[in-house]
Write a protein that binds this ligand. Structure first.
Ligand code: KG4
Ligand code: ZN
Length: 342
C-alpha cells in the first residue's frame, strides 16, 4: 500500500509518499518547505503569515514529492492508494491549506482520505525506522505539546499526563527569546548549552516544578519568569548565555526524564517512544537512556530520528498505514484543538 501524506499544521509544509509491506515502512519521497526563516525574523510564529506561506508552498511541495515516482507509472494514479492529511491540532489557517488540498486531490484522483491526528503522527515517527512492541508509553514533546500516552495497540492511545501550561518546546522557544538566542529556541539553546563547561550544582539555577510529586503532570511556564528575573541582574555575554542555556536545558531535561521514569515504573511498558521536535535534543535522549539503563525490566527506548522528529509528512503517512480508516473527502474537516486521545 502506498499513501501520500500531507502535513501543514504549523510552519512546515510537507508531503511524503510512504509504502508499507508487512511491517516494513519505506519512505519513497519526503519533501518539506519551511517558513522558519520568516518566523525567525519576527521572533515567533504569526499565524496569518504561516497560513499564507502554506498556501504558496503546498502544491509545489506535493508536485516535487510525486515527481520522484517514475514518469511511466506516474500518469496513471493507480499506484496510489490513499491520501493522509493532518486535520489537527494546529493553527487553523495552516491546517486548512492541507485539508482543503487533500480534499481536492481526493475528488480529482478518486482516492479516499485518511484523517491523521498530528500528535499520533509524532508517535508514529518512531515506527518509520523501528517496530516498537506494545504496550508502549509515548512522550510527545513538541512546540505545542508535552503529553504522556499509554498505547495498548495501534490506534488505542490514552492520555496519562502532561504539562499543565507551556509545552517543553514552548519553554525552549520563550526562554531563548529572553536570552536573545532567536527562534526556534530549542536548537539554539542546545547549541549554546554545548559550549558550557559547567556541571553539577551550577546547573540547578532554575526551578523544576512538580518534579517531586508522583503524578505525570508538569509545569514549564515558571521557567520563563525565572529566566527573565535572573537575566535582569546579569549582563549577557557569550559565556553567560551558554551557562543560562545549559541551565534551561537541564531544568527541562531533568523534569522530562524524572516524569518518564514515573511513567515507566507505573505502566511497565515494553517500549518507550520519545518523539516530537524536542526529541531532537541529544541531552534529553542521553539522560533518558541513562536512567532507563539503571532500572530493572527497562522498556526498549525508541527516539525518533532527528529528521523525523520535527514536523514532516512521512510520519503522517506512516500513521495512516498502521491505522487505515479511509473516509470520503466530504467527511473531513480541520480541528485546531484536536486532543491526543481522540
Ligand atoms: O514537533 P515540532 O517540529 O512542531 C510542533 O508540532 O510543535 O516541534 C518544534 C519544537 C520547537 O519548540 C523547537 O524549539 C523544538 O521543537 N526543538 C528542539 C530541538 N529541535 C527542535 N528543542 C530542543 N532541542 C532541540 N535540538
Ligand atoms: Zn509537531
Amino acid at each position: 500500500m502506498i499513501i501520500l501524506g500531507i502535513e501543514t499544521s504549523c510552519d512546515e509544509t510537507a508531503a511524503a509518499l510512504v509504502k508499507k509491506e508487512g511491517n516494513k515502512i519505506e519512505v519513497l519521497s519526503s519533501e518539506i518547505a519551511t517558513s522558519l526563516e520568516m518566523h525567525a525574523k519576527s521572533g515567533g510564529i504569526i499565524p496569518e503569515n504561516a497560513a499564507r506561506e502554506q498556501i504558496k508552498s503546498i502544491l509545489p511541495v506535493i508536485e516535487k514529492t510525486i515527481s520522484k515516482i517514475p514518469h511511466q507509472v506516474r500518469d496513471d494514479m493507480a499506484w496510489l492508494d490513499a491520501i493522509a492529511v493532518t486535520y489537527g491540532p494546529g493553527l487553523i489557517g495552516s491546517l486548512l491549506a492541507g485539508v482543503e488540498t487533500a480534499k481536492t486531490l481526493s475528488l480529482v484522483w478518486d482516492k479516499p482520505i485518511v484523517p491523521v491526528n498530528h500528535l499520533h503522527g509524532h508517535l508514529y515517527a518512531c515506527f518509520i525506522e523501528h517496530n516498537p512492541e506494545f504496550p508502549a508509553v509515548g512522550l510527545v514533546v513538541s512546540g505545542g505539546h508535552t503529553d504522556f500516552v499509554y498505547i495498548k495497540d495501534h490506534g488505542q492511545i490514552e492520555y496519562i499526563g502532561g504539562t499543565r501550561d507551556d509545552a517543553a518546546g514552548e519553554a525552549f522557544d520563550k526562554t531563548a527569546r529572553i536570552i536573545e538566542l532567536g527562534y526556534p529556541g530549542g536548537p539554539a539553546i542546545a547549541a549554546a548549552a554545548a559550549k558550557c563547561k559547567v556541571k553539577g550544582e551550577k546547573l540547578k539555577i532554575f526551578p523544576r516544578p512538580m518534579i517531586n510529586d508522583d503524578s505525570l503532570d508538569m509545569s514549564f511556564s515558571g521557567l520563563k519568569t525565572a529566566v527573565a528575573n535572573y537575566v535582569k541582574v546579569k549582563t549577557l555575554n557569550t559565556d553567560h548565555r551558554s551557562l543560562i542555556a545549559a541551565n534551561i536545558q537541564e531544568a527541562i531535561v531533568d523534569t522530562l526524564v524524572a516524569k518518564s521514569l514515573i511513567a515507566i515504573e507505573k505502566y511497565r511498558p515494553r517500549s518507550f517512544l520519545l518523539s516530537g521536535g524536542v526529541a531532537a535534543n541529544k541531552r534529553l535522549e542521553f539522560c533518558l537512556r541513562k536512567v532507563a539503563q539503571s532500572i530493572s525490566k527497562s522498556p526498549q527506548i525508541y527516539v525518533s530520528s532527528v529528521k523525523n522528529s520535527t514536523d514532516n509528512a512521512a510520519m503522517i503517512a506512516t500513521t495512516a498505514l498502521y491505522n487505515y480508516r479511509p473516509i470520503h473527502w466530504s467527511e473531513i474537516s480541520a480541528n485546531p484543538s484536536l486532543a491526543i486521545d481522540s
